[in-house]
Design a protein around this ligand. Structure first.
Ligand code: ADP
Length: 349
């Protein structure tokens, strides 16, 4: 059953629509990342679900209970939502244990048990008596997570919770956070503008643009089957190869691709990520064109190659029209400028 159900959520500021007819469902234990560029309406969406912003229209249900819509609008504290923001600010005058216990209404013993359980969970056992200023940024973040989870919220709302942390810490904290959220079985909506974070954290990614969700799916699907060129380009640089539609095919200098649904003669763009553009090492630029079962290929000349650690980026000027394409090769591959090579596209990409 859905823990969070959002239907036709709409909000405008000064006549300008900011969230437009947005629908979203999140199950228990599921992490959905609301991903999109700055200003597309992510925070406004989250704030309406939290109950700190009033929708113009639409309804929100948490655990099957209407919290917003049909004239009703429950305040945040009546919604069973946990909140974590970038400026998560622990209470500086309270100890770690008091911070975590803050939202709990249980008796003393039950409270203490829950606090211990959560500190254990976020790997901060024995930190209960410390004050926030004695902790590192990463430790403070984990206390904030424990505090947000303590009252067992049905839905956890997180707005760029990791962006204040330094790079070195961030991946570790993301993984710990994810583990803890999974153990608690909370439904999570995480807002981020960083594709890497969404890919790393999300069971599902909801890609947002101009107040709307333009694509929803697993990280694998959203990355590998983007709905359009902009959706593709949001995750990585992309190469664009121009072709022309003929029947169900698009003809390009790389051969023909199956692209049904375009009018005959229409211009079609083939969009391909740098890591899906293969360099044909074996032929070294001399062999014959590969047969269509290999994929398709075209010849180019190396303009420059750069080593980026995990991968090398090789930029080509293509023989057919001088256009630039970039291929990413895992590890080290540094051909000299001026080297002619074949580039191949895998049809399934
Ligand atoms: P995101 O979280 O994706 O960066 P926001 O939801 O914060 O986007 O903002 C979306 C748009 O709505 C922005 O153009 C922002 O300036 C505008 N906006 C947000 N809150 C208000 C407000 N209270 N009054 C007027 N405009 C707002």
């Amino acid at each position: 059953a859905a823990r969070l159900e959002v239907r036709h959520l709409t909000r405008a500021f000064g006549g300008k629509p900011v969230v437009a007819d947005l629908s979203l469902t999140i199950a228990a234990g599921q992490v959905t990342c609301l991903l999109g560029p700055s200003g597309c309406g992510k925070s406004t969406t989250l704030r309406m679900i939290a109950g700190v912003e009033r929708p113009d229209a639409g309804r929100i249900e948490i655990d099957g209970r209407l919290v917003s819509g049909e004239g009703s609008f429950l305040p945040p504290e009546a919604r069973s939502v946990g909140l974590m923001f970038q400026d998560f600010a622990l209470f500086p005058h309270l100890t770690v244990a008091q911070n975590v216990a803050f939202g709990l209404r249980d008796g003393r013993e039950a409270k203490a048990r829950r606090v211990d359980e959560l500190l254990e969970r976020v790997n901060l056992r024995g930190y209960g008596a410390k004050h926030p200023h004695e902790l590192s940024g990463g430790e403070q973040q984990r206390v904030a997570l424990a505090r947000a989870l303590a009252p067992r919220p049905r839905v956890m709302l997180m707005d760029e919770p990791f962006s204040g942390l330094d790079n070195r810490l961030r991946d570790g904290i993301r993984d710990t956070t994810l583990e803890v959220l999974k153990e608690e079985g909370t439904a999570v909506l995480l807002v981020t503008h960083e594709p890497d974070e969404a890919l790393r954290m999300g069971d599902e990614i909801a890609l947002m643009r101009d107040g709307r969700i333009v694509q929803r799916g697993s990280p694998y699907n959203v990355y590998n089957a983007p709905v359009d060129r902009a959706a593709a380009a949001f995750f990585s640089d992309v190469n664009v190869i121009r072709g022309q539609s003929r029947g169900a095919l698009t003809e390009t200098p790389f051969g023909a691709f199956l692209t049904p649904g375009h009018a005959d003669g229409a211009p079609v763009e083939i969009v391909i990520r740098p890591q899906h553009l293969k360099i044909d090492f074996d032929r070294g630029g001399r062999g014959p064109l590969p047969t269509p079962t290999d994929g398709t290929a075209a010849r180019g000349t190396v303009v420059r190659a750069r080593f980026l650690g995990r991968e090398s980026l090789v930029e080509f000027a293509m023989d057919f029209d001088g256009s630039r394409l970039t291929a990413s090769v895992p590890g080290v591959f540094m051909p000299k400028a001026g080297t002619p090579l074949w580039l191949m596209i895998r049809r399934d990409r």
